[in-house]
Ligand binder design. Structure first.
Ligand code: UD1
Length: 430
């Protein structure tokens, strides 16, 4: 299994190009199931999760054509990929394909809406909490679907072959459930209202793509989406927005090591809460025409308390990385996780660097230390893994991160992007 070896203590200086967002690319790819016509996505990141979803979509009959070049080429730009679901040849998403990535469960929405039936394995994904699918199922039931659980599969049917518009009120903000019910509602008969919809930018990105495909959606960007069902959707060309989690991750990395880094292509409004927190730690955060610049020269890192929240609050997907930064702060900070109940697995690994963190329920208390020391650590989930890289970048001596397949799921060319800015980081194969 590949590992990452890094030697800490080097400042980051230079430019890091921000890739297309994984969490936007995945639902956009799934939206291709809603139409017979080609959906062209631009700025698709080169990630293991994208490859895995390609396999799942191909199994349903989607023809996938990648334009331009694949991973390994000098080109840092995103991929342009055409997805054409002329015929859905299979409405089953099997366990072998779905179990490794939770987002693949989302195919249930379009399959049910277009074909009137779907059989999708219950999902897997990062072990950051129980992550049930009750909101999805209640939402689809509200649209008239009949749903059974059979041998680990969700079996859904739309009576008469078509879903019916309804009001769906989510008890808690869920990105995935909003994606699924919104996609399903585009082809339903009548109007659907989604109350307490997720406002994450990736939901807006998907909604805009659906509108380009002919869907009628209003309230985009708010917590109340109104979707008037149409008979069919058509093709479109749509761009994946820049990855706000990748942006925040490298912003925290630069804050951690010190230096001056331009995050090229980053859009600050997608992660304003996180950038505001970063500014409060004493780091200079500057919006420029072609991205966001992060500068820290010599000053200490002030402690800041945070609480994760749905958008526009501080994202849970940046919590682990921020904890790594706070491990080097000049005081005590408190980090409260409100979205997932088991998202502190990185605490034990950060402790290997000498970080001082105690956990009480959903709150971690981080006492900054003047120096972290390199260590052997284990990646536990996608975002936690990268927090270990951030810690290693600032730690004295050598760090080896094991089990990095998690990183490849969500961070494009991580070693490459960091080493171009002066980090001493390499992948060790095998
Ligand atoms: C998405 C993101 C993930 C991010 C998360 C929260 C993708 C591919 N993944 O995950 O990176 O961390 O949003 O911003 O976009 N819940 C239920 N029942 C449900 C659905 C959700 O109880 O049926 C709960 C979850 O357990 C969690 C909370 O709702 O506590 C939010 O989860 P949700 O927004 O659905 O996360 P994902 O869409 O899986």
């Amino acid at each position: 299994m590949d590992r990452i070896r890094l030697v800490g203590g080097h400042e980051l200086n230079g430019e890091i190009p921000i890739s297309g967002a994984k969490n936007a690319a995945l639902p956009l790819m799934i939206a291709s199931l809603l139409t017979q016509e080609p959906l062209v996505l631009v700025n698709v990141p080169r990630l293991a999760d994208v490859k895995q979803l390609e396999r799942i979509l191909e199994n349903h009959g989607v023809d996938i054509a990648v334009h331009g070049r694949r991973r390994g080429d000098a080109d840092m730009g995103g991929q342009r990929i055409t997805f054409t679901a002329s015929d859905i040849v299979d409405t089953t998403a099997p366990y072998e394909l779905v179990s490794t990535m939770r987002a693949s469960f989302w195919v249930i929405g379009p399959l049910l809406a277009r074909e009137g039936t779907a059989r999708v394995s219950l999902p897997g994904g990062c072990a950051i909490g129980t992550r049930p699918v009750d909101f999805y199922l209640e939402g689809l039931r509200a649209l008239g679907a009949e749903i059974d659980i059979d041998e680990g599969y969700v079996v859904a049917r739309a009576p008469g072959g078509r879903l019916k518009g309804a009001t769906v009120t989510f008890p808690k903000v869920s990105v995935g459930a909003t994606h699924v019910v919104m996609m399903a509602a585009t082809l339903a008969q009548g109007t659907t209202i989604i109350e307490n919809a997720a406002r994450e930018p990736e939901v807006g990105n998907l909604a805009e793509c659906l509108v380009a495909m002919g869907a009628k959606i209003s309230g985009i960007g708010t917590d109340r989406l109104v979707i008037e069902g149409v008979e069919t959707l058509g093709g479109a060309i749509h761009e994946v927005l820049p990855d706000r989690i990748e942006t925040g991750t490298y912003a925290f990395a630069a804050a951690m090591t010190g230096g001056d880094v331009l995050l090229r292509g980053a859009r600050p409004e997608l992660l304003q809460a996180a950038l505001d927190v970063l500014a409060r730690t004493g780091v200079e955060v500057r919006t420029e025409t072609d991205g966001v610049r992060i500068v820290r020269n010599g000053s200490g890192i002030d402690p800041v308390d945070i609480e994760t929240e749905p958008f526009p609050g501080f994202p849970t997907d940046l919590q682990a990385q921020f904890m790594a930064l706070m491990a080097r702060s000049t005081g005590v900070s408190s980090i409260r996780e409100t979205i997932f109940e088991n998202r502190f697995m990185h605490v034990a690994e950060l402790a290997r660097f000498g970080a001082r963190i105690s956990v009480d329920g959903q709150t971690a208390r981080v006492t900054g230390v003047p120096e972290l020391k390199g260590a052997q650590v284990m990646a536990t989930d996608l975002r936690a893994s990268v927090s270990l890289v951030i810690a290693g970048l600032a730690a004295r001596g050598e760090t080896v991160v094991n089990r990095i397949y998690h990183l490849d799921r969500g961070f494009e060319r991580l070693e490459d992007k960091l080493s171009r800015c002066g980090a001493q980081i390499e992948r060790i194969a095998g």
